[in-house]
Design a protein around this ligand. Sequence first.
Ligand code: F6R
Length: 612
Amino acid sequence: MCGIVGYIGEKNGIPIVIEGLKRLEYRGYDSSGICYHKSGTLRIKKKKGKVSDLEALISKNSFGNIVMGHTRWATHGKPSDKNAHPHISMNKKISIVHNGIIENYDSIKEGLIQRGYKFKSETDTEVLVNLIEYVQIDLKVSLIEAVQQALTQVIGAYSIAVMSSNDSSNLVLAKKGSPLVIGVGQEEHYIASDPSPFLKYTKKAIYLDDDEVAEISKNKLSILTFDKKIKSPTINKLTMELEEIEKGGFETFMLKEIYEQPKSIVDTLRGRIIKKSQIIKLRGFNESVDTFKRAKRIVIVACGTSWIAGLVAEYIIEGLAKLPVEVEYASEFRYRNPIIYKNDIVIAFSQSGETADTISALKLAKENGALLYGICNVVGSSISRLVNVGTFTHAGPEIGVASTKAFTAQVSVSILIALAIAKLRKQISKNDFKEITDALLSIHEKMQYTLSNCNNKIKQIARKYKNSRNALYLGRGLSFPVALEGALKLKEISYIHAEGYPAAEMKHGPIALIDENMPTIIIATNKRNYEKIFSNAQEIKARNGKLIAIVSQGDNQISKIADHVIEVPKTNYYLSPLINTIPLQLFSYYIASFRGCNVDQPRNLAKSVTVE
Ligand code: F6R
């Protein structure tokens, strides 16, 4: 949640920071603000609403060569001008932008009130900035020392940037739990929650680690650990290109990302299937092969769409490799004293690699001796650095808040891992291995075909159902998690209530909802349970429900009774989520667009959930 951007150098940092905040709006978009130095004072502009509302407030002539900004996703205090960041201390000496949560802010606030401090906002961040100011005045120390001292009193997660009215050459940063990266330019530095705001200016990046503070000026940088040890920074070379984070002619990032899926699957699979020798080449897997040999089970932890990808992985790994898999919501896992064995492999699925609950679940698993395996999309992210081994999904930056291409990339990595384990455990024949890998290597063509051929039809169907109040998604086997994902996409971007169910469960409750207004989307492409799902389809029609069926090309049973039919290419059962998810993404997308919703930035959501 929340995005931080900063600039320090010779240029005017204000437009740089504003542009950077627009790139980070996916992290939070209920209010934003900037702070810069002017004539020995800290100038703050902030506004409820989008970054464009903030931009309108700032005069074109404003100049600052040390600037920091913030785009907010509210945690403490509702979205408002006064709760927006940056926050300034009571004596106007120090300002701060903050991503994260200060859990013990109440008790700190109490102590500061007793010392005469007054507060204007309802935020935890205003408490932190006043604490830093108090510590600095009380101990007569430098800003960096005051930040360090103040943070020893804080429980919670944060990345912060801090400015002082007395110092127009330095910014102080600190990180614990939430991400912060420094861009290294020529006589200038940038800071951001991810590198996208400064990609245009530099590809050199330093990721701060937890429990580190840094002081940056335009040409100097020093990083200290919380126990005051000097750290020599590692400069990473970013491989991301600017075009990857632009809309490239599409109306929205989400539509662009849906259409990028054939490419992102090719990128994710590249070099990982050696056909001739029937080898799956995954460094993370190979480095931990002995643990995979010993493991009695895999536990998958994740949230949201990534959790659903974990469920898909469960079906595939158990189906192909016959190794038990448990899939857990990271938030539940961490608080229910889970039983974790030494030989367990705990796999985290995370697009951002920054999801707080997933990080905490991993830390718990680590304490209990499990091997941590990360499946992340963001290189340099907290999860990718926390795990013992892992595999990146090379889906490219996902900016639309609703996850699309990251999901299918996670599914493709799951198939690779399942094949690797299946081979290791001698559970798969050469023929089956060949059939699946051949299908996988050409799946992008079928995905492309699905996008090109289904788009218009789905748009028409979406127009018809755009005013629905509810929707039911049904699938069996591997299409059950796909149904969950379809329902989640519809809910989050169109605000229509939707439920995903295993089709056979319908008669144990949800069937009561079926009437002539209720659309049911049924995923019926798989041969192995076709007759059963056909019966479910008949049950819906017998109650006058509206039926939208996703079927394989050439289907002539369900197609006859459904109100709308979307035909997709046939593929191997284990690969079917890669195809079947696409029409559901498009369906949600068009329904949300027809309802006038902001598809890329749905209300109340944020791309990266760095708080519990
Ligand atoms: C849904 C969505 C969220 C994320 C979830 C986990 O479209 O995007 O449900 O999947 O917040 O995020 P990551 O994958 O970054 O850990």
